[in-house]
Design a protein around this ligand. Structure first.
Ligand SMILES: Nc1ncnc2c1ncn2[C@@H]1O[C@H](COP(=O)(O)OP(=O)(O)OP(=O)(O)O)[C@@H](O)[C@H]1O
Ligand SMILES: [Mg+2]
Length: 456
């Protein structure tokens, strides 16, 4: 049984304390303090009870409000949730300010009030960029400040639908001594903005810079504080940009938004597979189309390999848009299980068109691309490949196979090399089921003599 809680009350003046004393600290009376049980209701509620039934709260308040940018809304599961804080992280120069300005202009154009805090750029620079993007709506305002007190006061008084802070690294809490961008400043600034978002109902978007390893003060240390973490990535040498959710309290983290940076800002790429395959030279040795997924979105990507002789030396491997470790793993398996020895070859591999293949479903296609280049034999132009390659040379199943096959068929592919356990594909897509890398090499006419010493 729970122990009853006690309180000590002075019978003269009625003051309460948590411990007994011989003299009342309020009225100075001697031996007036007595022990008393706390009435249950007081323990639980007090006068202003913080406890309220959950059903009293308005669930409509947590419904996402569209920004009007379709790719952004899809990634966010509908839009920005009122009173939420999102963190948009990305490398310097990748397009964070452009993307958020487009969001701001879109929300403002549909009548929502928006505050843009431009600690990083002069308002005139922001105006110039906005002018490049389109007509500037009246309800889009600028706060040229870095002082958190000033920013919070502006949000409190304006109560905007959306407030964008560009960037979290420029914020300064006056009561903290350290420089803007330091861990203490960034964390304190973000906490203040979380409070003001919850109080005013504004959706707040914080912009944060990250380096390639993601460890600059900012985004990493704020992941627990904010509701949503968005990453904006891309290859600086290509115009494609990818928006993904790393954490999302109000929606899926399985979407990816694809954009292209053009002179007038970021344009949505509604069909990334078409974009990635646009310049493909079908029928070239070393080129294989793989059916990958980015989060849960199926995307077809051309994986290319080029093997060039470089003397009697160990193989050298290079990769771009592919995970270097997987390229090494696949090359080792090719050698030991597929009889394709890379000794004396320098092999360049890449995901064409600025694509980024991070998941193992691209392994088999990569292995076949390397073999195809080395043997100088092309893979059929209407063939797509999917599957993970294990160390034993086995071809393993991967997630979302059905969606990958549907996407392949939609884009005109008629033959798919798939793991043996793959489900049926769409009618008209011929499935070539393989259980090992050597099966796949044989099926595509890429088999080489397996030296006895390496035979599996
Ligand atoms: N006039 C222009 N025409 C075409 N593209 C432009 C123009 N101005 C800027 N850009 C593109 O926008 C990119 C910079 O975008 P943006 O300023 O939004 O990036 P950011 O991530 O906010 O950068 P920072 O980290 O410096 O704040 C440039 O790299 C360039 O590709
Ligand atoms: Mg910027």
């Amino acid at each position: 049984m729970a122990k009853q809680r006690q309180v000590f009350v002075c019978r003269e003046c009625g003051s309460e304390s948590v411990s007994w004393a011989g003299q009342c600290p309020q009225c100075n009376g001697w031996a007036t303090i007595e022990e008393a049980a706390i009435p249950k209701a007081r323990v639980a509620r007090g006068t202003e009870s913080p406890i309220r039934p959950l059903h009293e709260f308005d669930a409509a308040g947590a419904v996402p409000v569209p920004t009007g940018l379709d790719e952004v809304d899809r990634v966010l599961g509908g839009g920005l949730v009122p009173a939420s804080v999102s963190l948009l992280g990305g490398e310097p120069g990748i397009g964070k300010s452009t993307l958020t300005l487009q969001m701001a202009m879109s929300v403002a154009a549909s009548g929502g009030s928006v505050i843009l805090v431009t600690g990083e750029e002069a308002p005139s620079q922001v105006a110039a960029r906005a002018g490049r993007l389109g007509a500037i709506p009246d309800s889009l305002s600028v706060v040229d400040a870095t002082d958190v007190d000033v920013i919070c006061a502006a949000i409190e008084s304006e109560r905007p639908q959306l407030a964008i802070i560009d960037s979290i690294q420029t914020l300064r809490c006056p009561e903290i001594d350290s420089a803007p961008g330091s861990v203490t400043q960034v964390r304190a600034g973000a906490n203040r903005l979380v409070e003001v978002a919850k109080r005013t109902g504004a959706s707040v978007v914080l912009i944060g810079h990250v380096t390639k390893d993601g460890n600059l003060a900012g985004p990493r240390l704020l992941e627990h504080v904010v509701d949503t973490v968005l990453s904006f990535t891309g290859d600086r040498h290509h115009d494609l940009r990818f928006l993904r959710t790393a954490k999302h309290r109000f929606g899926p983290t399985s979407e990816v938004g694809v954009f292209e940076m053009v002179a007038t800002g970021l344009e949505a790429v509604a069909d990334p597979s078409v974009r990635f395959l646009a310049d493909r030279q079908a029928g070239t040795p070393g080129s294989v189309v793989v059916a990958t997924v980015d989060n849960q979105r199926p995307v077809l990507v051309e994986v290319q390999a080029l093997a060039a002789p470089h003397g009697d030396r160990p193989p050298r491997l290079h990769s771009q848009g592919l995970v270097a470790n997987r390229v090494e793993l696949v090359s080792a398996v090719l050698r030991r299980r597929g009889g394709i020895d890379l000794w004396g070859w320098e092999v360049f591999t890449s995901a064409a068109g600025g694509a980024d293949v991070r998941e193992p479903g691209g392994d088999l296609g990569l292995a076949l691309a390397v073999a195809s280049s080395l043997l100088n034999r092309a893979v059929g132009p209407d063939t797509v490949v999917v599957g993970e390659v294990g160390l034993a040379g086995e071809v393993r199943s991967v997630a979302q196979l059905e969606r990958r096959l549907q996407e392949s068929f939609r884009l005109g592919f008629r033959r798919a090399v798939v793991p043996s356990s793959a489900p049926e594909g769409p009618t008209g897509l011929d499935l070539v089921r393989v259980s090992s890398l050597s099966d796949a090499l044989r099926a595509l006419g890429l088999e080489a003599e397996v030296p006895e010493a390496f035979a599996a």
